[in-house]
Design a protein around this ligand. Structure first.
Ligand code: MV4
Length: 492
């Protein structure tokens, strides 16, 4: 095992990696920007070094400064976390060239999966189902139209260098294709300096289901079940769970998707932890979308149902150890669900809400897991993604885990900044959500349903009067413990 590892990230994920390092008796080196001097990940590290000003292009994205820091502190390996340099094949290659271990897949596998057309070719060659379409960039709109007629509308144009929804256009009708091709291509050019666009048949109302894979450098790879990530807003996940309610209902589907995910990853020469994303339609057909060549934000739900520590396995595999788990050693137990608590205002367009956390009450008790990067008195900087805390719960069944997560959200109070704690209580109380009827358009539909149901101002007084006369619909109304007291009546 390594003696010292540099963590090239910040916030909750840097803290998560340092916890694994501490348990494995490996020393940790934090890197931080000028605005992160007092951040939790710096306090938790054994050593720390400033790598530049607040903008991430001057600090957390500077591979040269991070490698200098690793050499200076004698770190043998770098853990990139997620985001920042985690899927940068050039950075992984620079680590390899410097003799510093990149804790992740080989740079060649990152590059192969980074190109979405190359990833499609690999998946197809491995026998993993992909949506009908092209495995090469389209030369022009005329060729796009020819293929679209062949596979049938609706279609979707995607940036070859993309991912995460940028440079993507759904097209329903022939007459819209030319303009969509131009838009997708110019957006791709602006975002990725590569205007290449390919085409796929559009899968209608799909679920987003991803398979966690784990492989060593000796050719052995297993899958650790799936995560259901259909609840997204603008391609940002909001709630994740494992297992998927849909996959759990279809006999043999998990095993089929698991084998397909492993085959696609192995075709790229993949090792370490990775995630293969699929779209799943209502008839249980599944299609390869892309592969995420990093540890993901939502990895805790997989850890909760498998009992494995993914970060510890990443470290062991990167250090050259064998993956001693066989597929038949993996069993999924119970249900896990995670909410991403953000410093943002759901009532104001999800605007980020940086500032000082003046008070903080966090849940605990049975089945609760917190991955936090914050503490009271700390100031949330505006320069980075405002993810504060991942709140995850585990229980025996889906129904029980929802109740546990509701209870935990009610115990939570984050003072001084806007946050989305109450927004999650609203989602978790939705009947369709509770029924597990999820798909990638769910949150948009939910949002417009909520707006339609908002009563006109004049009716509010009448509605309040009616509520006061009616028996409460729920035996115990959901209420933050930190607002309006506990419900006990105190004598004066
Ligand atoms: C699709 C699709 C339907 N059909 N591809 C969105 C982000 C990128 N990773 C892929 N995306 C999609 N690709 C085909 N052939 C629908 C989406 C999509 C989506 C996928 C997963 C989660 C949320 C989504 C929201 C809108 C569209």
């Amino acid at each position: 095992m390594f003696g010292k590892v540099l963590v090239a990230n910040r916030g909750e994920i840097a803290v998560r990696v340092m916890r694994a390092l501490r348990e494995m008796k490996v020393r940790s080196v934090a890197v931080f920007s000028e605005v992160d001097r007092g951040s939790l990940h710096v306090r938790m590290a054994d050593e720390a070094i400033c790598i530049g000003p607040a903008p991430s292009s001057d600090s957390y994205l500077r591979g040269d400064k991070i490698l200098d820091a690793a050499r200076k502190h004698g770190a043998e390996a770098v853990h990139p976390g997620y985001g920042f340099l985690s899927e940068n094949a050039d950075f992984a290659a620079a680590c390899e060239a410097d003799g510093i271990v990149f804790i992740g897949p080989p740079s060649s596998a990152i590059a192969k999966m980074g190109s979405k057309t190359s990833a499609r070719q690999l998946a197809k060659s491995a026998g993993t189902p992909t949506p009908p379409g092209t495995e090469h960039a389209l030369p022009n709109a005329a060729e796009a139209l020819r293929v679209a007629r062949q596979i049938g509308f609706p279609v979707i144009l995607k940036a070859a260098a993309g991912g995460g929804g940028k440079g993507m256009r759904k097209v329903d009708r022939e007459e819209d294709l030319e303009a969509a091709f131009r838009d997708a291509s110019s957006e791709a050019e602006r975002s990725f300096k590569d205007g290449s666009v390919y085409i796929e048949k559009f899968i209608v109302q799909p679920r987003h289901v991803e398979i966690q894979v784990l492989g060593d450098n000796f050719g052995h790879m297993i899958y650790l079940g799936e995560r259901e990530c259909s609840l997204q807003r603008r391609h940002q996940k909001v709630v994740e769970e494992a297992p998927s309610p849909f996959i759990s209902q279809v006999p043999g589907l998990r095993e089929k998707m698991g084998a397909a995910a492993v085959a696609a990853a192995q075709a790229a020469g993949y090792a370490n932890a990775g995630t293969v994303e699929f779209l799943v339609d209502a008839d249980a057909n599944f299609y390869f979308l892309e592969m995420n060549t990093r540890l993901q934000v939502e990895h805790p739900v997989t850890e909760l149902i498998t009992g494995l520590d993914l970060v510890q396995w990443q470290l062991r595999i990167a250090a050259g150890e064998r993956l001693t788990l066989r597929q038949e050693d993996i069993s999924l137990r119970g249900w896990a669900m995670e909410c991403r608590l953000y410093a943002e205002d759901p009532d104001n367009g999800y605007m980020p809400s940086p500032g000082e956390i003046t008070a903080l009450a966090l849940p605990s008790g049975p089945g609760i897991r917190l991955d936090s990067g914050v503490y009271p008195g700390w100031r949330v900087p505006f320069e980075y993604d405002p993810l504060l805390i991942k709140l995850a719960a585990w229980a025996g069944t889906r129904e029980e885990v929802i109740a546990r997560l509701e209870r935990a959200l009610e115990e939570t109070h984050i003072g001084g900044i806007r946050n989305n704690v109450e927004f999650f209580l609203d989602i978790l109380s939705d009947a369709a959500f509770r029924a597990g009827a999820l798909h990638t358009g769910f949150l948009d539909e939910w949002q417009s349903r909520r707006q339609r149901n908002a009563p006109p101002a004049l009716d509010v007084a009448a509605a309040v009067a009616k509520l006061m006369l009616d028996k409460p619909r729920r035996p115990r109304p959901k209420l933050s413990l930190w607002k309006g007291g506990s419900g006990w009546i105190h004598s004066a």
